[in-house]
Design a protein around this ligand. Structure first.
Ligand SMILES: Cc1cc2nc3c(=O)[nH]c(=O)nc-3n(C[C@H](O)[C@H](O)[C@H](O)COP(=O)(O)OP(=O)(O)OC[C@H]3O[C@@H](n4cnc5c(N)ncnc54)[C@H](O)[C@@H]3O)c2cc1C
Length: 476
């Protein structure tokens, strides 16, 4: 079943005369990924410009059993787009066209290599909102977003990518083009095949075009940062804000105190928009039209926050009064370079019920400190933030040692501590290469066996993103 290792660039270029293949030195001029600045690797780089070209190329690769790794913006957090020396890279970066914004049907049809922010801006010009939004918006692609079923900061209100995709076109590993470009909200005509490609991390097909559902633009946005002195106030505060703001509450992001303190460390981080030292912070967005926002009616958000202060749910609050202030609040949540500059630094993306989060985090932090107690300033650290309203936490573990066992030990602490809570080892980033040893914590054997059967059926030669999510066995 396995793909044969690809041969050297020279041989590939001879065997694929109809395609413009870039050599390894072009690949090496790029960083491996957003997270890894080391030179990228690969046998050759191919940047198709059309679905037809993707299809013809894959037909050859299928015939010759050549392994192909798909790349979008290379911002993924699970190593899924990272190729090895013998693998062909197919990057969708040249397929960026926004083909149609259908204002009546409220859809956009776009090629997979389009950058998320470019698409957000284009639909905004027509008065629409593409609710998918995440910190990597300036680099990640729609195809990568679909392949990873990305989440982001608006899931609470609008759902993950799966909720926005109405239809898509994908090229199967043997070159077959599956055109499932549905534009309707309702279509129960047999299996919903697009779901096979959403969140399957490019293991079943190459997403080439996507039809996304658009929402009405919400021109007014108010952003607030609050401090809380205990975790059990977080879900109560969430409920309180949902009651007051209804569907207007679009983002609700928690930061544990030591995350906030690390990214606002004087001289190293961002200016602290609110006093450091609180145990928890929540950053939230309230969006809407002219009738339901702070800006236009002078106070729903202020009233809600004042009531939360009176009820003792929060201990402090600031509301941004300008676009600049909004940016200054969000940068604390979205730019964590002060933490990732420490090496090594391992990022985790787990989900678990909110009522267990604080116990879980406390247990992980305790084990991290016990394992790496180097000294007062440099003891092992675990900084936590996340889309808490979605049950999703991100943990940055910085052990201050790059010994070979640091990553496996950190993995064990994060995932084994998660097991009693029925949590997921990936909430939104996917499994990729990095987490496949831990897939069994979240999926049982029957589920994984069916995943393997699907992979074997659609990609019998195992050429597309080989080795991602799970390894193939001889028995499935
Ligand atoms: C600062 C920052 C913040 C982030 N915040 C979030 C967040 O809030 N929520 C979230 O979910 N993620 C987040 N991410 C992770 C990342 O941005 C997402 O996973 C994103 O969807 C990946 O898109 P990409 O184009 O960069 O894909 P890549 O990284 O290039 O690829 C990711 C995976 O998708 C596959 N793939 C890519 N394109 C295609 C295609 N056209 N067809 C089939 N398979 C394909 C690749 O093979 C790989 O397995 C963040 C990343 C960064 C750097």
């Amino acid at each position: 079943m396995a793909a044969t290792p690809a041969t050297a660039y020279g041989t590939l270029a001879e065997r694929f005369p109809d395609f413009d293949l870039k050599p390894p030195d072009v690949i090496a001029a790029r960083a491996t990924s957003f997270w890894d600045p080391s030179p990228a690797r690969g046998a050759c780089l191919f940047k198709p410009t059309s679905t037809d070209e993707v299809s013809r190329f894959m037909r050859h690769c299928h015939e010759e059993r050549l392994p192909v790794v798909i790349q979008g913006g290379r911002t993924g957090c699970a190593g899924g787009a990272v190729a090895g020396d013998g693998q062909i890279i197919m990057s969708l970066e040249a397929m960026t066209e926004i083909e149609e914004i259908d204002e009546t049907g409220r859809t956009v049809t776009v090629q997979a290599g389009c950058i998320l922010q470019t698409l957000q801006d284009a639909v905004a010009e027509k008065g629409f909102l593409l609710p998918l939004d995440l910190g990597a918006r300036g680099s990640c692609t729609i195809g990568g977003n679909v392949a990873t079923n990305a989440g982001g900061i608006n899931v609470l209100r609008y759902g993950m990518v799966r909720a926005h995709v109405l239809g898509l076109e994908a090229v199967l590993p043997d070159g077959t083009v599956l055109s499932s470009l549905n534009r309707m909200l309702k279509n129960n005509s047999g299996y919903d095949l697009k779901q096979l490609f959403i969140g399957s991390e490019g293991t079943l097909g190459i997403v080439t075009r996507v039809v996304l559902r658009l929402e009405e633009a919400q021109p007014h946005r108010d952003t607030a940062l609050v401090a809380l002195d205990r975790f059990d106030a977080v879900p109560l505060f969430l409920r309180h804000m949902q009651r007051h703001l209804g569907g207007g509450l679009t983002a609700f992001e928690a930061m544990w105190g030591d995350y906030y303190d690390a990214v606002t460390l004087p001289g190293h981080g961002h200016a602290a928009p609110m006093a450091r030292g609180a145990p928890y912070y929540v950053l939230l967005d309230s969006t809407g039209n002219a009738d339901n926002t702070e800006t236009m009616n002078g106070g729903i958000l202020t009233d809600a926050l004042a009531a939360a202060l009176d009820d003792g749910l929060i201990t402090d609050a600031v509301i941004a009064k300008s676009a600049r202030e909004t940016e200054n609040l969000w940068i604390v949540r979205e730019n964590f370079e002060a933490i990732t500059a420490q090496t090594p630094c391992f990022l985790y993306d787990v989900s678990l019920p909110m009522q267990h989060m604080d116990t879980y985090v406390t247990a992980v932090q305790r084990q991290v400190r016990q394992k790496w107690p180097a000294n007062r300033e440099q003891e092992g650290q675990c900084h936590v933030l996340g889309h808490v309203a979605d049950g999703n936490l991100h943990l940055f573990i910085c052990p201050f040692t790059d010994g070979p066992d640091a990553k496996p030990v950190a993995d064990r602490i994060v995932y084994e501590t998660l097991t009693p809570y029925g949590g997921a080892v990936s909430a939104e980033h996917g499994i990729g290469h990095d987490k496949k040893d831990w897939l069994g914590i979240t999926r049982d054997e029957t589920e994984v066996a069916l995943m393997r059967r699907l992979k074997r059926t659609i990609d019998p030669r195992g050429i597309l993103n080989p080795g991602l999510i799970f390894d193939m066995t001889g028995q499935d």
